[in-house]
Design a protein. Structure first.
Ligand SMILES: [Zn+2]
Length: 184
């Protein structure tokens, strides 16, 4: 009964266990070398979207899975432009990022029925940004009682399998619900 809203109770325990440990280990990058920025690399290689777990790409933005998630379904929404701050981002990109957050929330709700979400942007390293040179919005699904993260128990291959499966599920849902709905 208490788990009736969960997408798969046995899996949720595992997914929650992915935990905080890896959350900030995004790929390192140099502000003067967009070549080493994974968002920019993903943007330039649309043929690799499945491998890179790029869920959506629009005219101005990417929505990608975080490979080091707080929870499964932790998505990163980034503008195509390599800028580190909202202050340097054009208004169309800003608007698109928020519209995509709305659409991603819709898709995740359909897929894994979170009880809530966190949306956040870390500006600069001191605020916890793992890739401060390329601003991005975190969308993190949350479940009641999930704040007690268990130690990480999975290994990389298993985490990858879970992400791949959720990627397939969200891709199917996106087609069915015609997401993203962003018109640019
Ligand atoms: Zn970049």
């Amino acid at each position: 009964m208490k788990n009736k809203n969960l997408w798969a109770p046995w899996r949720m325990e595992y997914l929650k266990a992915l935990g905080l440990k890896h959350a900030q280990k995004e790929q390192p990058s140099d502000p003067d070398k967009p070549d080493e920025c994974f968002f920019c690399n993903y943007w330039r290689t649309p043929d690799q979207d499945q491998t890179n777990l790029v869920l959506w790409r629009t005219r101005r933005s990417l929505v990608v899975f975080n490979r080091f998630p707080y929870t499964a379904g932790h998505l990163l929404l980034a503008p195509a432009r390599h800028v580190g701050d909202l202050l340097n981002l054009d208004e169309k990109s800003l608007l698109e990022m928020m519209l995509l957050a709305r659409d991603a929330q819709k898709a995740l709700t359909e897929a894994i029925k979170p009880h809530g979400f966190n949306l956040g942007i870390n500006i600069n390293r001191c605020a916890g940004a793992g890739l401060p040179e390329h601003v991005h919005l975190h969308l993190v699904p949350r479940w009641t009682g999930d704040n007690n993260f268990m130690p990480v128990i999975g290994h990389v291959r298993l985490i990858s399998q879970v992400l791949d499966e959720l990627y397939r599920q969200l891709t199917e849902i996106s087609q069915r619900l015609r997401l993203p709905s962003v018109k640019t």
